[in-house]
Ligand binder design. Structure first.
Ligand code: DX5
Ligand code: ZN
Length: 223
């Protein structure tokens, strides 16, 4: 049984969308039960891949009717926060591993009027969050190594969700737990039971012939 009374939030990652039909895919998300639109920004430096940047975010933001959840996999994320806000970001998450001054970056995201998330790579233990947790609106636990869609879910991630749930509940915080990577209709219920609040799914949604149905299934609305 989940700690949540409301259904888990679903944030489809447009990294796996059809870029030749991106407008169609965003409108599909607008019509679906998806809660946030997850946008993966990669710089080829922090992660071994380059995804897309400012012009694409701006285009998506011009038609998106759901909050834009921007996951920054870039070095020096603090340099670009204002620009991402101007382009339509509603929330921004930055990696613990990529931020020398994480507290300052989190505060800057919030001062700009956005929700702030802190991301942990699969090898980073949850206890490093102790000091930053009260300041973060959400924590994103990576359940694959960041950089690519379509990778296999790392099983140990479920225990990390449980551990983080305990930490958040012990401190009586409202911080949301988001999980990202390799999530599908087979493992979503395990993450929800462990205490996840938001599930990111890229390939499971966009590589299916009926993305709307998958979003409903991930949310537990359609079995
Ligand atoms: C990976 C990205 C993910 C990715 C998830 O670095 O952060 O958001 O798009 O894709 P799937 O759901 O296919 O693992
Ligand atoms: Zn992501």
């Amino acid at each position: 049984m989940s700690h949540r009374e409301s259904p888990v939030l679903i944030a489809p990652s447009i990294l796996s969308a059809d870029f030749l039909n991106l407008g169609r895919d965003i409108r599909m998300l607008n019509q679906s039960s998806a809660d946030w639109i997850h946008v993966d920004i990669m710089d080829g430096n922090f992660v071994p891949n380059i995804s897309f940047g400012m012009p694409l975010l701006e285009a998506v933001g011009s038609i998106a009717e759901k909050p834009l959840d921007v996951h920054l996999m870039i070095t020096k994320p603090e340099k670009f926060l204002k620009r991402f806000k101007e382009l339509g970001a509603d929330m921004i998450s930055v990696h613990y591993e990529g931020s020398f001054h994480l507290h300052s970056t989190v505060m800057k995201i919030k001062e700009l009027g956005m929700k702030a998330g802190v991301v942990l790579n699969p090898h980073t233990p949850v206890h490093v969050l102790d000091a930053i947790l009260p300041y973060a609106d959400y924590v994103l636990l990576m359940s694959v190594n960041p950089g690519f869609g379509g990778q296999k879910f790392i099983d140990g991630s479920i225990e990390k969700v449980r551990e983080l749930r305990r930490l958040i509940d012990q401190q009586k915080l409202q911080t949301l737990i988001q999980v990202d990577g390799g999530i599908n209709t087979d493992n979503a219920h395990l993450l929800i039971a462990a205490g996840a609040d938001v599930l990111v799914a890229g390939s499971a949604v966009f590589c299916d012939e009926d993305p709307t149905r998958v979003i409903n299934q991930l949310k537990g609305l359609d079995n």
